[in-house]
Design a protein. Sequence first.
Length: 441
Amino acid sequence: MKSLFATAVTALWSSAFSSAFQHKMTNWAGNLEYGTERLHAATSMADVQRFVKANSQFKVLGTRHCFNEIANTDTKFLSLRSLDKVIELDPKTRTVTTEAGISYGQLCPYLDQRGFALHNLASLPHISVAGACNTATHGSGIKNGNLATQVSALEMVMASGDVLKLTRDKDSDTFRGVTVGLGALGVITKVTLDLQPAFTVKQYVYENLPFDQLYQNFDAIEASAYSVSLFTDWQKHRINEVWLKVRTDAEPRFESKPEFFGAQIATKNLHPIAELSVENCTEQMGVPGPWFERLPHFRMGFMPSAGKELQSEYFVPRRHAVEAIFAVERLRDKVTPHLLISEIRTIAADDLWLSTAYKQESVAIHFTWKQDWPAVSKLLPEIERELAPFDARPHWGKLFTMSPAHLRSRYERLSDFVALARKLDPRGKFRNKFLEQTIFI
Ligand SMILES: Cc1cc2nc3c(=O)[nH]c(=O)nc-3n(C[C@H](O)[C@H](O)[C@H](O)COP(=O)(O)OP(=O)(O)OC[C@H]3O[C@@H](n4cnc5c(N)ncnc54)[C@H](O)[C@@H]3O)c2cc1C
């Protein structure tokens, strides 16, 4: 079933990973050196079960794209990256079932070739499906839930080595607890994802949208395309770039005009950080293309984003979007010197316990920072204080400084999640310092 493309991607990844072994093993951004080099690359389901039974504590590692310690351990890693096959595409139920190590970059071309699509993607396709869902990774769009909302069924090896199969329809409560699981509940070995017919997207970029326009027309701007991303450095009271991802089958049709809420249409492809090369960015200028080559900002096969960076992101209820953006704008002269770029996106509400959009139409305010943790770690508490009136929730895979008490007050199902984890994993086999210090405290 595995396509040549998928095999090539896996081979590339494996060689990058084995060469990483010759140095210290780090996360993608290189800001974090992992606590051990001991990694077992699982080759089969039976192998996963054997490993789980034989080890009293370890961490599953996806594609290493988290910026904080969530995926770190000083015991052992289990990698499922070789378990990356598509198991079944069912046109009747419009679902695909895959092994959990597959990345979106591997899965999407496979789906598109067969006439199917996922409803949305993150800014990059390089990440593993299981790792993304475990941290509630998201794209943008007021009607688009995060990537974990695509999951309709999953299979997980529990601490005992036994297999737990859950579906959204039959096991709804446990399923909602497990899907955004922070890697704390078990080893996800298979996922079934909802599909829809493949669709075409055109991407338009506009430059210099005045903040006054944004503050007056936030909902209209966000509703103007299937997915909207606003990039700003917080200076000059403006959004530097507006990225509109427009479905060609959407009604009413989007007519690109030279001006959009006071912003001007770009005359060439742009990187979100305007000074950087566009080589790694997806095609813009209204050129139609398949969903998976337009919904992410960055192309498979190239380095996404800026590379040497840190990331943080906070989610607030969409009804507070303007006040929250304004609150961050007030900090601009402290933020900008340490910033590469910020991005503002929207996410539809869902019912997954630890989702950043749990029961809340959300706006996400993201920061791509220069890699200067001493400076960023001083700034985050200030940003968190400014966003506190809106009960901001942090992204699970990015850097934050919020206390466990704050987390408990923002994620209302956190205590249910802890109880579920204690039931499924009574001896803490899947825990690490991050989980002990933020969740299980
Ligand atoms: C350049 C860049 C761009 C990004 N863009 C976005 C974006 O647009 N939107 C967004 O929301 N986030 C974004 N992120 C963050 C990223 O999507 C998340 O950090 C995501 O979790 C990464 O997946 P991973 O497989 O690399 O996870 P890892 O860092 O490897 O692991 C994350 C967690 O998942 C667990 N895990 C992984 N696989 C399994 C499994 N099989 N079973 C159980 N647990 C598992 C791990 O134990 C860990 O707790 C970006 C990150 C980078 C570096």
